[in-house]
Design a protein around this ligand. Sequence first.
Ligand code: NAD
Length: 422
Amino acid sequence: MNAFSNALAQLKKAADLIKLDAPILEILKNPKRLFEFSLPIKMDSGDLKVFHGYRVQWNDARGPFKGGIRFHPKVDIDEVKALAFWMTIKCAVVGVPYGGGKGGIEVDPKKLSVSELERLSRAYARALTPLIGPDVDVPAPDVNTTPQIMAWMVDEYSKMVGHWSPATFTGKPLAVGGSQGREEATGFGGFIALRELLNSLKIKKSTGLTVAVQGFGNVGYHVARLLHEAGFKIVALSDSRGGIYDKKQKGMDPKNVMQTKQEKGLIDGCYCVGTVCDCENYQAITNEQLLTLPVDILVPAALENQITEKNAGRIKAKIILEMANGPTTPEAETKLLKKGTVIVPDVLANAGGVATSYLEWVQNRQGYYWEKKEVLAKLEKIMIESFAAVWKAGQAYKTDLRAAAYAVALERIGSAIKAKNS
Ligand code: NAD
């Protein structure tokens, strides 16, 4: 299972569907630029350790490259290429004036001290300096990279170029030019996409629909919290170490699970409200078990390749809201579509993150900042319009929502390439 070959398979399916011009397909099959870095870091012990980093700039036909930075032991060039390609599609789906890029470092940040993490983040920002900028390439957070890491990076970049340049990174803390609402933006965008889907499917009563969320980080937590607040029942949650299942399907408050996770360091099989824990009606589950639970909605919000040919047949959810990038392989998707599962694809479902990064970039460039209410209202409008465009393309091409989203994106990127080359 290679994320990049999955991405290419998705591109080919949509290109065939809309009969995309061959030269445009050729451009989109390949990165514009691809960089690899060696990052020597002095560890706290005094030893020198060399880390490997990447930045892939996939396509900039519609604007500067845009995409997050991932810190994970399994980061490799193929994963970064896939993520950069998906960013190109995603930015076009939500109509923000960017191309796509992505970066990463092969590292387990949990094994670094805070000062080692800062040195590594700053070293990566220095390596990126000649390659990025507000009109060139605008990085952001992704898995295991936080607003604090963005603060170190924007500081390092600004020192290197000799002036303060907040619009070069998004996902920053508020104190250094971050946007109100950015922290929950990806989850909020997914929540709006799901609401629009239920409306389009004419499912009037969402209260009581059961939901399992795989991945309880930034994205998983906020989407679970918003769904819970809207009356959905969150019956399973997990992180990399495993999860919890609410056997009676009464619904858990994700805030309580987060509190337990913070106190114990992991999500176990007990549901605690304050100091009172219920271990009888809840059970510990693995990530694999979570995916096949009897729920209405499955939300993969962790990493790629979780829903595969192997487990697709056992997935019971009727709706999959892809908050992670690339959680479903093309083979699994074929099986799921055959049995009528509706998949809200990553390039739409999790696009609230980059849409709000765009709003942060606009605020940085104009030097005028909006209230949270205003940011979320702008994001909601973007998500409603993007969902409507994708739904309409799905009806027009009589196809699934991923192929429809790609159709919308490819038409927009194709127009930009043609306009520049005609
Ligand atoms: P994060 O680092 O905050 O959280 C990731 C979570 O996934 C953690 O809870 C981790 O324990 C868990 N996890 C890791 N491996 C797992 C596994 N095998 N099974 C279950 N859980 C596992 O990262 P995030 O920012 O929440 O990103 C999650 C996903 O959303 C990624 O695919 C990312 O690319 C995508 N995404 C994030 C944003 C954003 O704004 N943060 C935007 C768009 C897409």
